[in-house]
Design a protein around this ligand. Structure first.
Ligand code: XIL
Length: 733
């Protein structure tokens, strides 16, 4: 059947046109030349129509991202198979072959592999373990692996033919040899490929050829060369493709076209530069695209003796990594075949000559490209994922008018950060233990991503990491935490009404006061919440709660992220508490470094609080200036301070509250009558048993103690909002 395509083309064409298009997919038309494959994402293999299209047209599949080094092993020894398994199962169930992509690559590889400057030996151990584990898992279904991806430089003038990647700098080209050896050890049957782009460029193809030849001569098991095939309508020419294949043929007997797509503009290669041209596809552009596909398939067919698989990079323009504006694939954004499809399917000859590259200075072109940026289209950028509801709305803590970050009704968070020149962008928010959520670059130069799972309800701090630096998300408001103003996001809680800003409720006031602090030789700031009645009933005096924030935070935390004032307004309006004042000042916590807590005495803060702030408050506000009307509470490190100060100054406070901030033991308190009530709480994801046991022990010892566990929350502000809500109802009774 070797010469089938050439000799029987006319016959085949007749046969094709006589058969309804639907029964002959590309895989059938080319069955005597090579397999026809497609790279897929999760949606492609779960959406029934897309599944049907894949089954109709293709007999080989590549995971677009899900088998790459980082997605499969995001941290050392922790493998993540969910997505790759789903695609592998789809292949198994439908008799479709799976191409493995890819084992070693400088991109999409876990930082852990090289970030700690490992020795060569340690790096090889990591590499071997990765390759063995991944290859072994998919041995039954993966027939070919891209073992090393993109190791040759694009710099035509470089003396060194290799890309100066971290791996190369550490090991030289030995890492390439090792990768192939490990892959062969793991699966002696799979075909092993070296894969690269710009592979028809005469300089680069020579370098690829030379490298593979050298390796093979040294006994390294390389079976094939993968030609990525990221082309455009201006090139490569049919001759350039022909030349490259002819050259590669001299060293390998298997060639796969691994990532075919054809842009309708001048961009090409394995890097995204996001050209905006081709948004309005004219009839002639449509024809040029069809013609270039026709040329490519003509030359691939000519070399069917070595070309045994041709894979499109993505199922349709809607899925394309390049964005639909590049118009790159045979199927359009509605999964309907374009003219290019007909040309490939019917093996038509190109109608016109290849178009001339438009002569335009690069700078002008870039400017034009920027102007032609298509509007950001979330539907195109965020593929539907099984189990994730597409009801995302902007987070309520966004800066005015900002669309991102977003949250959905299940608690997933979604990000979009514009950083067109960045190489790597992630956000620190994500499922635990994974270092946050990695964003990926999309067609308009912005970076996007959705958390892998739902986040806990309530408020979360986060930041962005852009090329190794820490930045805030420009879409989100900032909140002081971790000793800096961090981005904040709010996952709506099911019980959010208790801290809602309600229209039917009179509101109190949070005012800033500046008080003298001789002990620190400074003027210090506090925020004072006065209840709605404070300005009306001019004679009434109020009890006071001194309420502390946690480590990394400051006096702004309780009213900003804590909504302490709104919680109070609502409790008062609902008749659940009698009004009191809350005073919030900085607890001087942030000079303490991790590990230094043991030496932290809160002594200086005790002086500021008890000897300076309290006298100021009692002389400037209508307070009940006596111990029985005074409470101190704090969250986390503020709880630690509360415990130290209340025990050292029993004459000052009568009510104590520790919110995720430790516990009192009965033996801590010398005189049982010094305290009227002890409140202790934490989130159910913290140490609820510790709280429960301690409260039981306090009660057994005769204290008026109350415990509270916030369901489904951790060491975060929803725990403390809820705790304040509970505690307020127990104070000053
Ligand atoms: C691309 C994917 O299509 C994108 O979704 C991802 O963000 C980046 O990688 N060369 C390769 C492929 O070998 O793995 C790349 O895939 C495209 C370039």
């Amino acid at each position: 059947m070797k010469n089938f395509c050439k000799n029987f083309l006319p016959l085949l064409l007749m046969a094709v046109s006589a058969t309804p298009a639907s029964s002959q997919g590309l895989k059938d038309v080319y069955k005597d030349c090579f397999m026809v494959g497609v790279s897929v994402n999760q949606r492609n293999v779960t959406n029934p129509e897309q599944q049907a299209l894949i089954k109709q047209e293709f007999n080989s599949i590549t995971c677009e991202n899900d088998m790459k080094p980082e997605p499969t092993e995001p941290s050392e020894g922790n493998f993540n198979w969910r997505n790759a398994d789903r695609i592998a199962d789809f292949c198994r169930a439908n008799g479709i072959k799976l191409r493995g992509h890819c084992l070693m690559w400088h991109s999409q590889i876990g930082k852990w592999m090289t970030d700690d400057n490992p020795t060569k030996e340690v790096f090889y151990q990591r590499m071997r373990n990765h390759i063995h584990t991944v290859v072994n898992r998919y041995k039954d279904i993966v027939y070919a692996w891209d073992v090393v991806n993109e190791a040759i430089t694009d710099d035509r003038n470089a003396e060194d033919p290799y890309r100066q990647s971290v791996m190369y700098k550490l090991c030289g080209d030995e890492f390439i040899a090792k990768a192939f050896q490990y892959a062969r050890e793991a699966d002696p049957k799979a075909l092993l490929f070296y894969n690269d782009y710009n592979e028809c460029d005469p300089v680069k193809s020579r370098r690829i050829h030379d490298m593979v030849k050298k390796m093979k001569e040294a006994g390294i098991p390389i079976d094939g060369i993968g030609m990525q095939g990221h082309y455009n309508i201006y090139g490569p020419t049919e001759k350039e493709i022909d030349d490259a294949i002819s050259l590669y043929k001299t060293v390998v007997s298997h060639i796969h076209v691994t990532e075919l797509d054809i842009r309708v503009n001048e961009e090409m290669g394995g890097q995204l530069r996001f050209s905006r041209e081709g948004v309005n596809v004219t009839d002639s552009v449509e024809q040029h695209l069809a013609d270039q596909y026709a040329r490519a398939f003509r030359v691939f067919s000519k070399h069917k003796d070595v070309v045994d698989c041709v894979t499109f990079w993505n199922l349709s323009d809607r899925d394309s990594w390049l964005g639909a504006a590049n118009y790159p694939l045979p199927f359009d954004t509605n999964y309907k075949p374009k003219r290019a499809y007909q040309y490939i399917h019917d093996m038509k000859a190109p109608l016109w000559d290849m178009p001339k590259r438009p002569a335009r200075p690069a700078r002008q072109q870039n400017r034009q490209n920027a102007q032609q940026r298509p509007p950001f289209n979330p539907a195109q950028v965020f593929p539907e994922e099984e189990g994730v509801k597409e009801d995302f709305v902007p987070s309520e803590l966004n800066q005015p008018g900002q669309q991102y970050p977003q949250v959905n009704s299940q608690g997933y968070a979604r990000f979009r950060i514009e950083a067109p020149q960045a190489q790597e962008v992630s956000v620190s928010l994500g499922l635990g233990g994974r270092g946050g959520t990695k964003l990926h670059k999309t067609y308009d130069g912005s970076w996007v991503g959705t958390t892998e799972g739902p986040m806990d309800e309530g408020f979360h701090y986060y930041h962005a990491n852009i090329d190794g630096g820490t930045f805030n998300d420009p879409g989100a408001c900032n909140f002081y935490g971790s000793t800096r103003w961090e981005s904040g996001i709010e996952i709506p809680a099911h019980d959010k009404d208790f801290y809602a800003m309600r229209q039917d409720v009179p509101h109190g006031n949070v005012q800033q006061v500046l008080f003298a602090s001789p002990s620190t030789n400074s003027v210090r700031r506090a925020f004072v919440y006065t209840p709605p009645s404070y300005d009306k009933k001019k004679k009434e005096k109020y009890p006071v709660l001194y309420l502390q924030h946690g480590w990394g935070e400051d006096e702004t935390a309780w009213s900003n992220q804590g909504h302490a004032n709104l919680i109070m307004d609502n409790l008062i309006a609902d008749g659940k508490i009698k009004p009191f004042i809350i005073v919030m000042t900085y607890g001087m916590t942030n000079g303490v470094r991790f590990g230094g807590l043991r030496e932290f005495t809160a002594q200086e803060f005790e002086t500021v609080l008890v000897d300076e702030l309290i006298p100021y408050i009692d002389s400037h506000f209508r307070t009940k200036a006596k111990k029985e009307s005074r409470a101190m509470a704090g969250l986390s490190m503020g709880g630690f301070e509360t415990k130290l100060i209340t025990l050292r100054r029993p004459e000052v406070f009568a009510y104590y509250g520790l919110l995720s901030g430790g516990q009192y033991a009965p033996s801590d308190i010398k005189d049982k009558n010094q305290v009227k009530m002890i409140f202790q709480s934490c989130g159910s994801k913290e140490n609820p048993d510790g709280i429960k046991q301690s409260v039981e022990a306090l009660k057994a010892a005769g204290f008026n103690a109350h415990g509270y566990i916030s369901e489904g929350t951790a060491h975060e502000f929803l725990t403390w909002r809820r705790s304040l809500y509970q505690m307020a109802q127990l104070l000053f009774k």
